[in-house]
Design a protein around this ligand. Sequence first.
Ligand code: ATP
Length: 511
Amino acid sequence: MAQEDLFKKLVAHCKEYGYVFQSSEIYDGLSAVYDYGQYGVELKNNIKKYWWDSMVLLHENVVGLDSAIFMHPTIWKASGHVDAFNDPLIDNKDSKKRYRADVLIEDQLAKYEAKIDKEVAKAQKRFGDAFDEKQFRETNPRVLANQKKYDDLHERFAKALNDNDLKELKQIIEDEGIVCPVSGSRNWTDVRQFNLMFSTEMGSTSDGSSKIYLRPETAQGIFVNYMNVQKSGRMKIPFGIAQIGKAFRNEIVARQFIFRMREFEQMELQFFVRPGTELDWFEKWKTIRMKWHQALGFGEENYRFHEHEKLAHYANAAVDVEYKFPFGFKEVEGIHSRTDFDLAQHEKYSGKKIRYFDPEINESYVPYVVETSIGVDRMFLQVISAAYCEEELEKDSRVVLKLPPVLAPVKLAVMPLVKKDRLPEKAREIIDKLKFDFNCKYDEKDSIGKRYRRQDAVGTPFCVTVDHQTTEDNTVTIRYRDSMEQERVTIAGLGKIIGEKVSMRKLFEKL
Ligand code: ATP
């Protein structure tokens, strides 16, 4: 199936099975804002728990924080967001559609990459086992021609971004012959900067009110609390502060479902270190974060690091963790070495000392920061795209969400074979025993086959069926979602079987 079709089906599936709804749908929706339904919220909570516990529980020197969304407006001046949190935008005069100039060029780069991959895949098919991919990539004329186009464009693009050269960005779009996907024309406006922060007024009277911003990242709430946490927790460097919370960005183009939203949630760690050690810590956090992703078992080949074309104004090293979505490799998480930029700026703008006295070297300094920043929603999309599966079976087919059991919204469905003979009561007894440890669902409607399909579509890893034999010997059948195998087990043993498979501890032991 074409990846585009797959993605459309995935979006429809999320709606049909209560994972994600368009915000304000009955009023025709609000663009790039989404609501999470009954299963979506559970999956989202499980993702957040996996992240939070892996940070705060497993690292003795990481503590949590929950700072407010509204903050003093000077914070955003100090952080550089008022002046520099911009995206370069460009309009197509025929379709009147707006695009991010950098994204148009990134898509063009991805096209060259796709052409190379296609050549490689074709050759692989032709030569079979004898295929030497490295040699092919280094010698095939078509691959080399496309690689050169890619490298030249990449170099020009990175330079234009780093020089903040908007004219050159437009020139690249023209030279590459990039057309508007809607009108098909090359009739572009000039490239302009667009600030992504939402603002609102705080205070009730017009002269007494002040302009404040909805935070575009959670990080600044951590920086301005650095001294509070360090002092009250008597934290010793190196240490980290973790936070999960909403962020808001007035994205120019909202695309690809929950990949790019105007209201979203971030999970951020700011890790404070001694100056000069930041690049070592940057490497350490890269390794830790990649392990966290790969522990979920979606295939190592689907992840890669991507170096930034342009470093943000605050960073001296930056890398993205990319996942292979149905629409290509895209960023899920950013890892940045933010130097002492933020704390030094807040020191300057607030007039308060933000220093750490390091007893080991007998020196006082502004700490350096390594940040890991991941979007909850993007992680959600990553998990759900990896899990979505259409399977042809012997007699029919099924759609199954192969969610890691530890993240699945519902862990088990308990089903009486028929709605009589005390089987429903027995099923409820099982739920009453297990509901303290696992999210259980009672399901008695339709045939057993239909019920299994429904639970497969939701991603429930275990179905427990109560039949007449259950009332005699207290055994049930447990059916496993992925293999569809069934086994007869005792009711007393259910908790252990399920507990082992959905244990977050097992996941943590892999980290
Ligand atoms: P992009 O280049 O995609 O705009 P970014 O580099 O600006 O992203 P960061 O500022 O590094 O993103 O934000 C950290 C993380 O927050 C991203 O890796 C992503 O997971 C998430 N994120 C950022 N913007 C959005 C958004 N508009 N919608 C959903 N998640 C987002």
